[in-house]
Design a protein around this ligand. Structure first.
Ligand code: ATP
Ligand code: MG
Ligand code: FE
Length: 334
């Protein structure tokens, strides 16, 4: 069974082809235009998706060496994401499926981030597992019972952790998206140089807006005393803020694992590309006796391979979508 999958929820235009659940190609075109604006501009994002979707799909098909008429289904990200961006992928997929007279499969973007773990045929979590899903728009702990059966047992009550990375980076005058840059500078810094407060949240929920504000006041105070504070201390500042964000995430994950007794622990979403988070989670896994699963870098941030993977499981269950479908910018799991 051959599936073409399309991802366009935010600022990457991506297409992938899978055959019987094995990824044959995964083309990702990241939009660089947003860098100069310090964040994703929705209007620009949808326009760039429109320009890129045809060449990206063509490249995915040719890299997989698949002709259009060999496709059995077309999958697309229905949400959550930016409406204008989602519309491009959704409309394209609908037209493609209609023209080829093949089924259409809608995919939930966050479910797909979790299912990215099954791209690797040799190393994937066993059910039930916990997945810490950390990205630009989400921070959640999911209890995953089956491929398409997931429940959110903890989530952020305000900002996502990826947003916290990007916003602190912006305060440090680093370009968007700042998360990867914080990661890079942090590798040369002392994580204990500056202490930042951690907000206590009940249960398994998270909060990141407090630390962002604390970070802003910290920088204002330091730069008043020394205008060159940021330039002189960038690695230490990045290492310290990164350590705090990781600690908040992993303290809750450990609590969830102890509460549920689950030892299969997975990480997903764009922030799982963070080297400090990957290292600390691996360490914690050893301390706690977990089996830890971390996706390859290319499957952490947005990509259509994960959409193809989710679509594969939906195809097997006969879960198809009608031509009447429209995007769902806000769409919670379950
Ligand atoms: P969502 O999946 O919630 O809809 P999104 O699709 O925009 O949001 P992803 O592409 O999954 O998010 O992840 C992007 C986020 O990951 C950005 O906030 C980016 O800064 C962050 N990120 C990527 N690499 C790193 C890294 N090495 N360290 C920290 N953050 C990172
Ligand atoms: Mg992105
Ligand atoms: Fe994403």
């Amino acid at each position: 069974m051959t599936i073409l999958a399309i991802e366009s929820s935010c600022d990457e235009t991506s297409a992938a082809v899978s055959v019987n659940g094995k990824i044959q190609s995964n083309v990702v075109a990241t939009q660089l235009i947003h860098e100069q604006y310090g964040g994703v501009v929705p209007e620009l994002a949808s326009r760039v998706h429109q320009q890129r979707i045809v060449p990206v799909v063509e490249r995915a098909l040719s890299q997989a060496n698949i002709q259009k008429n060999a496709l059995n289904a077309v999958a697309f990200t229905r949400g959550p994401g930016l409406l204008g961006s989602l519309l491009v992928g959704t409309s394209f997929a609908k037209a493609f499926a209609l023209a080829l007279d093949i089924p259409l499969i809608e995919v939930h973007h966050m479910q797909a981030h979790v299912l990215a773990h099954f791209i690797d045929e040799h190393h994937f979590p066993k059910f039930p597992f916990l997945c810490l899903t950390v990205s630009g728009g989400h921070t959640q702990i999911m209890l995953v019972r089956d491929y398409l059966d997931m429940e959110i047992i903890g989530q952020t009550q305000d900002d996502a952790v990826g947003e916290a990375f990007d916003k602190t980076a912006k305060l440090l005058n680093l370009p968007y998206p700042g998360g990867p840059l914080i990661d890079r500078y942090a590798q040369q810094g002392n994580p204990l140089a500056f202490p930042f407060p951690e907000v206590e949240m009940p249960g398994l929920d998270f909060s990141f807006s407090g630390i962002k504000t604390a970070f802003l006041y910290f920088l204002q105070k330091q730069t008043r005393a020394n205008p060159d504070f940021i330039a002189q201390n960038l690695p230490d500042i990045c290492a310290s803020i990164q350590r705090t964000l990781i600690k908040i995430l992993l303290t809750k994950l450990r609590k969830a694992a102890r509460q549920t007794g689950i030892r299969e622990i997975a990480l997903a979403g764009g922030v799982s590309a963070n080297s400090g988070l990957r290292a600390r989670l691996t360490e914690m896994g050893q301390e706690e006796g977990w089996n830890v699963y971390i996706p390859k870098f290319e499957y952490c941030t947005d990509n259509a391979a994960m959409i193809a993977m989710a679509a594969h499981f939906k195809y097997l269950k006969g879960e198809f979508t009608s031509q009447e479908v429209s995007p769902m910018p806000r769409w919670s799991i379950g």
